[in-house]
Design a protein around this ligand. Structure first.
Ligand code: 3H9
Length: 700
């Protein structure tokens, strides 16, 4: 077997190669191997300079996340960094793929850095609820300045090599495929020219400008308050950069970083976010669809419907360079749809997110048509038409007639029965649900809905394609509302019931906002429009929503819904809504009761979790962690709470069961505890145990 870290010599240049797939993470064996090889290179009198390089797809992508929270193994990262930084011979980090987190921190203690054009560099620890814990917060601002460093550590952005060069984060760009030669040549030049051995820690020039300017940090906090809300790590990252600026020595700043890192690492937010990191990757694995399942080529996509959903879906593929045919019924709807897409791209370009020529390149990939027949040469067709079974069936009968053999026929339905839709075709094995979330060009989640007869290669292709277009895919089975909406329906129903029991819509919204959601259910309903699916002629004044619609309070767009809205769309509690609620309660003959914030959380969240368990027991989700991935990506569940099923494990399944039994006794069968929940509690198990058992059935 190949050594994890290998030492070789090219004349006077030592090459230390890390080969630890998949991403050369800094696990103990890597750290040990690098220290050993660097020491060997230093001791070798023939060696004048050293190149640190990685095999496989990437440079070091960070610390080994699986090692966090476990007893430390020697040598530690600090020992490794010291060996590199204090080397009396120049060390050149040769970067391809990604240099992330601890990987970039390693590169920053090397005396020089070269990178391929495609390489990306960043400190993404924030995404794990952490901060760069090996000097990154102290060294980065010394190279790129305080403002850029603040932005990089709090966003976790991966900076492309060209930009990194402009910020002096790398010293030279090397031709793709010639990294080793380029790094060796750089190392030779460093020796020949007697380049001084740069120690980033010694350079304070870029920090001086920020010294004593507290406003830089205050403004940054203010500007990002909304984005950082609820998270601990952004504030700790900022404080570390402040420490870099204001400490009397590098070591003092480093000590601050170490202390904050330890606090975050052992805190509940980072533990939840690390769980989530692996959950997202686990979701790609489907037990009966092996990784080597052949996939179908997707060179052209068809999208039926140029409305908000269809347009957003089409943009995903154009962004990935895949041509799309968009079909609409009427020319004006098609023109409008394409116009909206163009202005979306133009807005992104105006913000600097796209080069102007890219707008045209992407628009050129989109072809509008009024004829379904134009789907004949598409490899994947996604329909985004009105949510009605009869309409969907008609569409699929046509697609079956028109589309070439082997084409994947996908429905974007958010709740309809995919098997029933598939049954109208002669090829149900080619039919799948691809449930995008609105706005489809922005939202990361894709529920991939597997029909009873969907072929394995259709599933494998859909999962692969999702990654290609930057989506996080989760496999769901056919059931009403699939994973996400099926659980959301529980929350919606209970929130509305709570309001008729005495809680105000603003109380419910405030509690869920404080829990970490971007907005509560009533604000969300107002935003979506209360008239969604409502018809005046059929309205019976039997629900709060119906009454609001009947008097024209259709939501934010009408300036009034559950809330009143001012011209700037700020929401204010509405006395009109309050009066209607009061009348409803009076009519029911019950008295409003005082409902605590804790009760609101329990009533809104526990039934959702209970529904999640039912989804699991019916096999409609593969794992509890898949449900968490759906909720974090599609419904704004705060990632620092892991997801609803992870959250349930933290508060204890027994507590949830007790409450569900209470709700069931008072409110009937729609709140009946799931039998799997009862079983897990009886066995003293958690959802994490459940997933573990699924992974290794022999343990069950
Ligand atoms: C850190 O560095 C802290 C320091 O500041 C201080 C230390 C003291 N560890 O994502 P993929 C696995 S914190 C362990 O599908 P891609 C991943 O689970 C770290 N495992 O590939 C998956 O395994 P499996 C800072 C890791 O090509 C496989 O690799 N760094 C790690 O789509 C492939 O991953 C980060 O946060 C890891 N660090 O994307 C970077 N990284 O096949 C985290 C990956 O069994 N990583 N794995 O499911 C990434 O962002 C992406 O993996 C990357 C590649 C962009 C590199």
């Amino acid at each position: 077997m190949d050594k994890v870290v290998k030492f070789e010599r090219n004349d006077t240049i030592a090459i230390v190669t890390i080969n630890r797939p998949p991403v050369n993470a800094l696990s103990a064996v890597v750290r040990g191997g690098v220290v050993e090889c660097i020491n060997a290179a230093i001791a070798d009198p023939q060696v004048k300079a050293i190149v640190l390089i990685c095999a496989g797809r990437t440079f070091i992508a960070g610390a080994d996340i699986a090692e966090f929270g476990k007893p430390p193994k020697s040598p530690g990262v600090d020992e490794l960094l010291a060996a590199l930084e204090n080397s009396p011979k120049p060390i050149v980090a040769a970067i391809h793929g990604n240099a992330l987190g601890g990987g970039l921190e390693v590169a920053l203690v090397c005396h020089f850095r070269v990178a391929t054009q495609e390489a990306k560099l960043g400190l993404p620890e924030i995404k794990l609820g952490l901060l760069p814990g090996s000097g990154g917060t102290q060294r980065l601002p010394r190279i790129v300045g305080v403002e850029k460093a603040l932005e990089m550590v709090t966003s976790g952005i991966h900076v492309p090599a060209r930009e990194a060069l402009a910020m002096s984060l790398v010293d030279e760009i090397v031709e793709e495929g010639k990294l080793k030669e380029g790094a060796i040549s750089f190392a030779r030049r460093a020796v020949e020219e007697g380049k001084p051995l740069v120690k980033v820690r010694e350079n304070n020039t870029k920090l001086e400008a920020a010294k004593g300017h507290r406003a830089i940090f205050e403004n940054f906090r203010k500007l990002n308050a909304r984005k950082f809300r609820g998270f601990l790590a952004p504030e700790y990252n900022i404080r570390c950069i402040e420490a870099a600026v204001n400490s009397s020595s590098f070591e003092e700043g480093l000590a601050v970083e170490r202390e904050f890192f330890r606090e975050l690492e052992t805190g509940p937010q980072s533990i939840a976010q690390r769980y989530y990191f692996f959950a997202e990757r686990q979701a790609r694995k489907i037990p009966d669809v092996s990784d080597d399942t052949p996939t179908r080529p997707i060179n052209k996509v068809g999208v039926l419907g140029a409305g908000t959903m269809g347009g957003g879906i089409a943009m995903n593929f154009a962004n990935a360079g895949i041509p799309v045919t968009i079909v609409e019924i009427k020319q004006d709807a098609l023109d409008r749809g394409l116009g909206v897409i163009k202005s979306n791209y133009e807005r992104t370009a105006a913000r600097g997110g796209l080069a102007p020529e890219q707008v045209n390149q992407r628009m050129d990939l989109l072809t509008g048509s009024l004829s379904l027949e134009d789907f004949a040469d598409c490899d994947l067709i996604i329909e985004a038409v009105f949510e009605r079974m009869d309409i969907k069936k008609q569409v699929f009968a046509n697609l079956d007639r028109i589309c070439k053999p082997g084409a994947i026929l996908a429905t974007n339905t958010s709740e309809l029965n995919v098997d029933e839709i598939a049954s109208i075709t002669r090829r149900p094995e080619d039919v799948i649900g691809l449930h995008f979330f609105s706005p489809a060009n922005v939202m990361k989640l894709l529920e991939v809905v597997r029909g009873e007869k969907t072929a394995a290669d259709v599933i494998a292709t859909s999962m692969k394609l999702a990654k290609m277009i930057g989506k996080v895919a989760v496999l769901a089975g056919v059931c009403h509302g699939f994973i996400g909406n099926r659980m959301l329906n529980q929350r919606e129903r209970e929130a509305k019931k709570l309001v008729l029991e005495g809680a105000s819509p603003w109380d419910v919204d405030r509690v869920l906002y404080d829990f970490g959601f971007p907005m509560g259910p009533f604000r969300m309903n107002d935003l979506a429009g209360l008239d969604l699916g409502w018809v005046m002629e059929e309205s019976k004044s039997s629900t709060l929503r119906e009454v609001l619609c009947e008097i024209g309070r259709l939501g934010q767009k009408a300036g009034a819904g559950y809330y009143d809205y001012d011209v700037d769309r700020n929401a204010k509690p509405s006395p009109v809504t309050e009066k209607i609620i009061k009348d409803f309660i009076a009519k029911s003959g019950k008295s409003p009761r005082k409902i605590s914030d804790e009760q609101i959380v329990e009533r809104c969240i526990y039934p959702m979790i209970n529904e999640g368990v039912k989804i699991l027991e019916e096999g409609k989700a593969l794992r509890a962690s898949d449900i968490d991935v759906v909720w974090v990506n599609g419904y704004g569940w705060p990632v620092y709470r892991g997801g609803p099923m992870y959250y349930a494990d933290q508060i204890g399944l027994e507590k949830i069961l007790v409450k569900m039994k209470e709700f069931h006794a008072i409110m009937g069968d729609e709140l009946k505890p799931a039998s799997l929940l009862e079983k897990l509690v009886a066995d003293g198990k958690t959802f994490a145990n459940f997933d573990q058992l699924r992974k290794s059935p022999e343990l069950a």
